[in-house]
Design a protein around this ligand. Structure first.
Ligand SMILES: NC(=O)C1=CN([C@@H]2O[C@H](COP(=O)(O)OP(=O)(O)OC[C@H]3O[C@@H](n4cnc5c(N)ncnc54)[C@H](OP(=O)(O)O)[C@@H]3O)[C@@H](O)[C@H]2O)C=CC1
Ligand SMILES: O=C(CO)COP(=O)(O)O
Ligand SMILES: [Zn+2]
Length: 347
């Protein structure tokens, strides 16, 4: 068994609770964080949430629309010009990734302030930035602090909350793929980080039974699961515990159909189909996603059937170095169609 040497990147401090965004000034002085501060955010989040931060700390604000290299360069130029000392990512996965990657390149401190529990990039020291070659994440900066305000996170549209559950149940497949790679390819397998990622998935499944009755408690459970999945990535030194064939499917759809569904929605559907191929509890996963109203069909995703099938056939080419159940040759068109039909994703 290969015993890798790698650096474990973890957040320094995680603040989690109700209404805590209004304590940002206290947290920053506790951590010795001093300005100038730069908030990287999106237009919706700026309108809805950023003023709560500006009431407490002075900060420059820059809006981004996409997590791509142009937006990263824009943020970096701004940060250099304004001598920003700490970069805050305030928003969904895209704003957080742009802030995280810019902070990494400029070697500035990064603070993660998620406004939606839609992805596990809240904690991870990785960022998915388009224009760097592939639609997969790269090494970035670990957060100095995470401020997870449950009131803010619970006020996110339900679709975003459901996407976070989809991203998290994906770990069931990701860990299976990782074990397979260890068996078939002798790849390093981190038992502890795999267990941590699986624990997140278990909590996300449990969350589907709670969240319809008690939104805030459900969101709290989900956010903790997302944070700990990010910790698993930080400990593994790669996104391996959190991303396998279900993510490859999601990335393939994102490439073929860029204006399509949310990341976590695609991961949820990918998890159903890859769990089916693995021969594990795909029906239970599907049922859990249906319970919360998350999409489980191509129609609900708003993606044409052909794109789903095509994505299944090219998914194995996206990250050839990471072995998964899709193997080196992937699925044929006919077998991809069968998988999608047998799991009810296409009809
Ligand atoms: N680095 C990593 O390890 C990981 C990265 N990711 C990446 O994260 C991205 C997906 O993140 P996701 O959050 O799904 O998508 P987005 O960041 O695109 O957010 C989706 C939408 O939700 C809006 N929004 C966010 N919070 C609120 C709120 N509280 N109220 C109302 N609207 C809100 C955003 O508004 P606005 O327009 O203001 O931004 C945006 O329009 C992908 O790029 C994916 O690759 C995913 C998992 C892990
Ligand atoms: O989305 C992720 C984990 O949820 C990151 O995965 P990737 O490394 O495939 O981008
Ligand atoms: Zn993901």
């Amino acid at each position: 068994m290969e015993m890798r040497e790698h650096i474990i990147s973890l957040p320094e401090r995680i603040f989690i609770g109700n209404g805590i965004i209004s304590r940002i000034d206290e947290y920053f002085s506790e951590l010795g964080l001093t300005g100038p501060f730069l908030i990287v955010t999106g237009s919706n989040v700026r309108r809805l949430i950023v003023s709560k931060i500006l009431d407490k700390i002075p900060a420059d604000v820059i809006e981004v629309q996409e997590a791509n290299l142009d937006e990263v360069r824009k943020v970096e130029e701004f940060a250099k010009k304004h001598e920003s000392n700490v970069i805050l990512g305030v928003g969904g996965g895209k704003a957080i990734d742009v802030a995280k990657f810019s902070a990494f390149e400029l070697n500035k401190r990064f603070v993660s302030i998620p406004t939606a529990p839609s992805h596990d990039g809240i904690t991870s020291p990785f960022a998915a930035i388009k224009g760097l070659g592939k639609p997969i994440s790269m090494k970035a900066k670990e957060p100095t602090a995470i401020i997870a305000d449950i009131d803010v996170l619970s006020s996110a549209p339900r679709r975003l909350i459901n996407a976070g559950i989809g991203d998290t149940v994906g770990k069931i497949v990701a860990v299976r793929d990782w074990r397979l790679a260890a068996k078939l390819r002798g790849e390093y397998y981190g038992d502890y980080t795999a267990s941590l990622a699986l624990l997140s998935a278990r909590h996300a499944l449990n969350c589907t039974k709670i969240i319809n009755k008690d939104l805030k408690y459900g969101v709290r459970l989900l956010v903790e699961a997302l944070i700990s999945s990010g910790v698993a990535m930080g400990m593994a030194g790669s996104t391996r515990p959190a991303s396998g064939s279900e993510h490859l499917f999601a990335h393939a759809v994102e490439m073929l159909y860029p204006e399509g569904p949310l990341h976590g929605e695609l991961v949820g559907v990918g998890t159903i189909m890859m769990a089916y191929i693995h021969g594990i509890k795909w029906k239970e996963i599907r049922k859990a996603l249906i319970r919360i109203g998350a999409p489980v069909t191509a129609k609900q995703l708003g993606v044409p059937n052909e794109i789903i099938i095509k994505a299944l056939t090219i998914a194995h080419t996206i990250r050839p170095e990471r072995y998964t159940i899709l193997g080196d040759r992937g699925l044929t068109w006919a077998s991809a169609e069968k998988v999608a039909r047998n799991t009810g994703v296409i009809t």
